[in-house]
Design a protein around this ligand. Structure first.
Ligand code: ZN
Ligand code: ZN
Length: 288
């Protein structure tokens, strides 16, 4: 029980919107607790009735959400509004800008200064309604979104990921992890690894807590991230073909720092995969 709100015992979701969806999906596996005051008990019973009857609202617009395993908590219209990321560069995946480019095309920054990862793949452009989905996963802890995102990405990129043998989620610093109690990258990486039949390891750790992207300049962030990641057991990474997973790539500095640490620890290669991507992200940070 959290602040007298409904809590889903399966996913930890604590909002009434979350529980509506969860309750419908896991009706026989979910138990509901409610604050034990008299007033709340009455309201709680009424809500329980409503949750049985009403459909779960879309995370983005509040209309009734879809019910498929791939709806990502969105209604049909919002789900259709997700913009698939179309890679132009075969390494950093920067957008082609409408041009038809060969699979092995390399953009200028990747030719001049190849990043420590072999390839960066992303699911969708990071703009509405994807922001609502990732906010639901990150701050409302709706784990079913991590499962749907991880399974969806695994299916979409199964061929490109066929040579991977270890999945590593980008970690949070322990202080932020304690505050949030949850790493959204791991919530995506676990079902992704399970779908692909790959081993998953929390091989990285954050040495320093870095300020959130939005609060620091590009140069400051890149400085902050130098040596920001350590490798827990280098022997577990040596010679492995690693799939590095994060929720969003914005400047690309975090993925470069994490992939660089894994390569230094002896990883044979690193492919990075994110759910969302902002248009300005590049391989070498020229447009970070
Ligand atoms: Zn919607
Ligand atoms: Zn590139």
């Amino acid at each position: 029980m959290r602040n007298g709100l409904l809590v889903c015992q399966k996913t930890g979701a604590s909002s009434r919107f979350a529980i509506a969806g969860q309750f419908r999906n896991h009706r026989f596996q979910t138990s509901i607790l409610y604050a034990p005051s008299e007033q709340n008990v009455t309201r709680g019973l009424w809500r329980r009735l409503l949750y049985f009857v009403l459909p779960a609202p879309c995370l983005s617009c509040g209309q009734p959400a879809g019910e498929t395993r791939a709806c990502l908590g969105l209604c049909h219209a919002c789900r259709g509004g997700l913009a698939r990321w179309r890679s132009g560069c075969g390494v950093c995946g920067v957008e082609a800008g409408g041009a038809h480019l060969a699979e092995d095309h390399r953009c200028g920054p990747c030719r001049r200064q190849p990043p420590p990862y072999e390839r960066l793949l992303s699911g969708w452009s990071y703009r509405p309604p994807l922001d609502a989905v990732l906010t639901g996963l990150k701050f409302r802890r709706l784990e079913y979104l991590g499962r749907q995102l991880g399974e969806g990405l695994a299916e979409r990129y199964r061929a490109q990921l066929a040579d991977r043998d270890l999945v590593v989620p980008v970690p949070l610093h322990w202080r932020r992890y304690l505050g949030r109690g949850y790493n959204q990258a791991a919530a995506i990486a676990r079902p992704l690894a399970a779908t692909l039949g790959l081993e998953i390891k929390g091989a990285l750790r954050r040495r320093r807590s870095t300020p959130p992207q939005s609060r620091s300049s590009r140069a400051a962030r890149q400085r902050n991230l130098l040596g920001a990641f350590g490798v827990r057991r280098p022997s577990a990474c040596r010679g492995r073909r690693i799939l590095l997973v994060d929720d969003v790539v914005t400047t690309g500095s975090t993925l470069r720092a994490a992939a660089g640490s894994l390569r230094l620890a002896g990883a044979a290669s690193v492919v990075a995969l994110t759910v969302g991507r902002t248009p300005e992200s590049t391989s070498a940070g020229k447009r970070d």
